[in-house]
Design a protein around this ligand. Sequence first.
Ligand code: URP
Ligand code: ZN
Ligand code: ZN
Length: 457
Amino acid sequence: MSILIKNGHVATASEDYLADVYIEGEQIVAIGKNLAYAADKVIDASGKIVIPGGIDPHVHLDMPFMGTFSSDDYETGTRAALFGGTTMVIDFILQKQGDSLYNALRTWQQKSAGKAIGDYSYHMAVTDFNERTAAEVVQMIEKEGITSFKTFMAYKGALMIDDGQMVQLMQVVRKNGGMVTVHATNGDMIDTLIAQNRALGNRAPLYHYLSQPEITEAEASARFTDMLYYTGCTGYIVHLTCEGALNAVRQATQRNQKVHVETCIQYLLLDASLYEQDFDGAKWVMSPPLREKKDQEALWAGINQGLVNVVATDHCPFTWEQKQMGKSDFARIPNGHPGIEHRVELLFSEGVKKGRISLPKFVELSSTNAAKLFGMYPRKGTLAVGADADVAILNPETVHVLSAKTHHMRTDYSAYEGRQVNGKVETVVLRGSIAIENGQCLIQPGFGKFIYRQKVS
Ligand code: URP
Ligand code: ZN
Ligand code: ZN
């Protein structure tokens, strides 16, 4: 199959220009003006923006969490991602405490094989570090193409590791060419604040927010960067939400330390006032919680200062019925919200259209940097000859409104119900096959491939 995308406004992380893109098989074969290939399919992209398929490096599909499972699996989650222009996701494997990384890997392979529609990889969450884990970390990097290791400084008793385990993990990962990523919040402090609020009878979703103040994230982010500095390991902070945590990273860069930062689209657009309502606030119960307007400003500035490198989603959807588990106790509301489908369009609408970021910066944040940081560039994350033909074609003039009635995620509410978006992804190509066209998904479960990743430094 060959595809010729004609007259599009082609955008990469470094430039944007008018050109044609010619695809043969799974790869891009030529980019240039007035390409004269006879293709099986010609797409007129006049007036449209042609970008590399989005990469969302922070999603939770079919994940066991807080007594239930996130409601999108590999089929529904990667399909919804494709509708929004995201052609690849990186999901999190969770090691069970007391069990091996390989057992966890096998569990996640069963969840994804034959089901994924879009491409995917895994981060390995290390929740129990010991000698066996150390040996398996090396095997993950050398044999399995899994080079990033997620750690939790919170969720004690389920996912959290202590600082001693963290430093040992960093030492092994550093030596073997991987990266340590982190959910950086002070778990002990948060657990204490939760207990204090519950003892006072404060049970509404608002107290989820009040139990995780900014300082819990700023402190943990600084502690993590200090441990990285000591070990020399490369690190990446996931879902960074606030000015205090960003300032911890800023300080680390002042000692010439490289720390990579991901924020998520919701932290750029939504704020904590959403918790000031009754149980409806449960829709946005996630960890860390939404923050203040001043934090949004700090994050947008951090993007343009080069401190924030990636915009992800932390897609961890639950149905409204699942959220009811915490109806009478905020601490039992499953943490997470749906977002995988809307990231690319929202970032374009709120970022590029509103003049906050340039078009190349948008591509960098939504695709290229994730590919580079996680060992997939230039196969993924750019439009270049020889790269996988993962392409999204976005109409910058189409205005649409987000709603649970029309989204493709397996949740019966939207975190963005009624929100107007300027710009819509119309056509998506995944490895040379038309994935989305005319509002239909044209590829099937099993099309999505596991992407083996290279070592990172
Ligand atoms: O609330 C969230 N973020 N749920 C998913 C797990 C995590 O901490 O990323
Ligand atoms: Zn987290
Ligand atoms: Zn997460």
